[in-house]
Ligand binder design. Structure first.
Ligand SMILES: [Zn+2]
Length: 49
């Protein structure tokens, strides 16, 4: 599973791979993955606009 997110290391939008759905402390769902270019952990918050 992949998603597009913001890589804080490269300061640009990249594709994240190995995405998993996780629930954060505040109860929100997010996708957690690693940047396909540099391996930095990336999150994408689900269900916000
Ligand atoms: Zn990156």
């Amino acid at each position: 599973m992949e998603f597009e997110g913001y890589c804080v290391k490269q300061k640009k939008r990249t594709k994240a791979k190995d995405a998993q759905e996780v629930t954060m402390k505040n109860g929100r769902k997010a996708l957690k993955g690693v940047c396909s270019e540099c391996g930095t952990v990336m999150f994408k918050i689900l269900g916000t606009k």
